[in-house]
Design a protein around this ligand. Sequence first.
Ligand code: SF4
Length: 348
Amino acid sequence: MKESLLGKTPSEMKEIALAAGLPAFAGKQLSEWMYGRRVHSFDGMTNLSKVGREVLKRRYELGVAEPAGVAESADGTRKYLFPVTCPVGGAWEASCVEAVVIPDADRRTLCVSSQAGCKMGCRFCMTGRQGFHGNLSAAQILNQFIAIPESGELTNAVFMGMGEPLDNFDEVMRAITVLTADWGFAWSPKRITLSTIGVLPKLRRYLDECKCHLAVSVHNPFPDERASLMPVQKAWPLRDVVDLIRQYDFTGQRRVSFEYTMFAGFNDDKRHADALVRLFSGLECRVNLIRFHRIPDFPYETSPDAVMMRFRDRLAAHGVTTTIRSSRGEDILAACGLLAGRHQQDMI
Ligand code: SF4
């Protein structure tokens, strides 16, 4: 397989240009074509010599690949399907990932995938159910931004699609570098949120090296109960994750939020609300309550609206800013926890 130009830095582009017999400044031109103008073919790079372009074509691919299908929800949410091939255990494996565009007033948020499948095994998640099919490259992550019709309209991005982004740290960070660099997409870090279940060692690096927002999946404040849903609790307990977060400043531009999917009778009573209040005491943060979308062979249903509102009010009464997130794209299986990268008749 050829290497992709998408995801390369200007200094890497310069080396590539020189090796192709192009002048050093062609590296900068390559960056401009890839990230500024977002061309979809080498032939579109009209200020590079034809010979140079032919050499590049033989050695590299751009890394821009159209989605294989799209499904549109009644609420305007659109889910795109991307075939990908990723390295797993010394071999290449073909599968699919999904990216979701969520329109909301003047915002267009892209929910982006970072892995094909996932290793983390959260019991309530369709992506976790399908197992792990490889890490996406920075090019495969950035392609989700570039190859969709809404590319130029995107206002925000959340790494909340398929996969645990901190389990693919290097490629996700490379993609974020391209998104936020002046020579790249030049997005403010404030437009990007990375969501994690709390992969502690990489979380520390993320907080040290990146200014983007953070979202952490909590779903239960009690260790035993959380571990029954999320095996990650045994490796990196939530308490340690929150203790780490307390060491960083979230009173300025960077924000932290905690995601809490509500399961009826499992994590939605007063005891849970009060434990969350204690856990987040003194921390500048927001809690997002999420409706659960039922999946097969899983015992819980979503909490009723009245219970969710009571839960929100209890947290808010104790000073924890809490919102109930509206659910988007459920009819096309694009809502939280439902992404599975499946070829569906309505998408092809
Ligand atoms: Fe992986 Fe996130 Fe699903 Fe857990 S919730 S299995 S981390 S994709």
